[in-house]
Design a protein around this ligand. Structure first.
Ligand SMILES: [Zn+2]
Length: 476
């Protein structure tokens, strides 16, 4: 009986999603992929959101132990959450900590997902993990339905950037278990835009690809856009003269940091656009439009409101913010079978504005775009990790003292670099420790760091709470 309800609510959710899949394959207009979904009135948008919500809530209740338990703890039943106002009034935000605890209690997938082993076997697509997660990584198994839904959502966002059939894109990313590169390449294929895979190559090889094959769109992190431009200059090529017209970035605050943006746009003689999302909520969400990326005027990103519900909350008590008040982003993801979250705290600071945009879209705008997350994640070149991950690497090596320090800096090329300073204990061989620690960090957080081994007693001793991080990065 329970299984019947689980399957029936899953089917009903999918049918609702299909009902609103307007313009699935090709753009309905040159400027806007789906005007029916991107330019409708705010009331119509709200109605679409609430019809999807009405299908999503029972689907979650019947298919996710984590959500079922939360309903029970709150004394609610699915029909208590019919509207966005109900959600805000009755459903406290879901945090990463809650999800991590859930994974620790029910490894390896947790119970916040609706994907069972049976669903995975029958209809699985790809498994992703959150980048740089702590002890218990949060894993997301996405289905074939997700592939279709994400591909379409990302294609619409990339159409809003101005990417067209006549472009060629260079994707400067490997294909690890991070969702972004995969979603970008699926969307490009859907849009029938040609692209060059730049995975597994160093910056010199990528620079030569740019110079030889003249991609019109570069896709990478903002740090990497700076780094690649410097490498091109070192090789004697002017990045501004290569014909790149769009630099499409993700993974780090970009448009929200005006000096970085200005430097990237001037080095490449190109407009910068950005994509914003998180693995927990279907990896799509925020997208640039031509108006929000003008060199004059305010910078902002739209948030895809026909497929998600976006709001901001206060950082101290997670209460909804007032109009024009800056807060942390929260998403209700209506658009995923594998990770359909209700009020997940993404946690980036921004200010939402529901006023109309000159581009014609009515999707809410994150003014000033995004400048950073509230929690203590360290972000180096788009790779995010916790100090505890470094601590684990340090602690896994025999012959290392108790103290360590993470120093973040900006090198001459504008690239973020990390040094981890440790002390050797007596008789340990410094060169061997350096090699070992660098390898450990690379394995654990997928980033190249420099290790520095000091004589015992050099680093300040921890007295109460350790201050492990020294962030000396240039605020460009
Ligand atoms: Zn716009």
């Amino acid at each position: 009986m329970k299984t019947d309800r689980a399957a029936a609510t899953r089917r009903a959710w999918l049918e609702t999603m299909e009902r609103f899949r307007f313009d699935p394959d090709v753009p309905a207009s040159e400027a806007i992929w789906s005007p029916r979904l991107e330019c409708c009135s705010r009331d119509e948008l709200r109605s679409i959101q609430e019809q999807k919500l009405a299908a999503l809530v029972p689907f979650l209740y019947e298919n996710s132990t984590f959500y079922r338990r939360r309903f029970e703890l709150l004394g609610l039943i699915p029909t208590d959450l019919r509207t966005v106002a109900d959600l805000q009034r009755r459903w406290p935000v879901v945090t990463k900590d809650e999800m991590t605890q859930d994974v620790s209690a029910a490894p390896p997938y947790g119970t916040y997902t609706t994907v069972t082993n049976e669903v995975w076997r029958d209809n699985g697509w790809m498994m992703f993990t959150t980048s740089g997660s702590t002890g218990a990584p949060r894993i997301f198994r996405y289905t074939q339905n997700d592939r279709r839904l994400f591909t379409w959502a990302a294609a619409r966002a990339m159409h809003a950037f101005g990417i067209r059939r006549t472009d060629t894109l260079l994707l400067c990313s490997g294909f690890g278990p991070h969702v972004f590169a995969w979603i970008a390449q699926h969307a490009l294929t859907h849009m029938r835009v040609a692209w060059i895979p730049g995975g597994g190559l160093d910056a010199s090889a990528r620079a030569i690809l740019v110079q030889r094959h003249r991609p019109t769109v570069l896709c990478c992190t903002p740090s990497y856009a700076l780094h690649l431009a410097r490498v091109m200059q070192d090789l004697g090529f002017d990045p501004a003269a290569q014909g790149v017209r769009l630099v499409f970035v993700a993974g780090e605050p970009a448009l929200g940091v005006p000096q970085t943006r200005a430097r990237i746009e001037s080095l490449w003689n190109a407009r910068m656009v950005e994509f914003y999302g998180c693995t927990e909520a279907a990896a799509h969400g925020g997208y640039s439009c031509p108006v929000g990326t003008r060199s004059e005027g305010p910078v902002f990103a739209h948030l895809s409101e026909d497929s998600q519900i976006w709001e901001t909350v206060r950082p101290d008590d997670y209460a909804p913010t007032g109009p024009d008040e800056r807060g942390l982003t929260v998403v209700t993801n209506l658009n995923s079978e594998g990770s359909p979250q209700l009020r997940f705290l993404v946690g980036d600071y921004t200010t939402l504005d529901a006023g109309a945009c000159e581009c014609g879209r009515t999707h809410v705008r994150a003014m000033g775009s995004f400048v950073g997350r509230a929690d203590d994640l360290i972000n180096v070149r788009g790779v995010k990790f916790f100090p505890a991950d470094i601590e684990r690497a340090v602690r896994s090596i025999p012959g290392v003292g108790d103290e360590y320090e993470i120093v973040l800096a900006t090198d001459d090329g504008g690239m973020d670099v990390m040094t981890v300073r440790i002390e050797h204990s007596e008789h340990a061989h410094a060169a061997a420790l350096i090699e070992r620690l660098q390898a450990e960090i690379r394995t654990r957080v997928e980033i190249r760091a420099t290790a520095e081994v000091l004589v015992p007693g050099t680093l300040p001793r921890t007295e109460f709470k350790a201050r492990r991080i020294r962030d000396a990065r240039r605020k460009t």
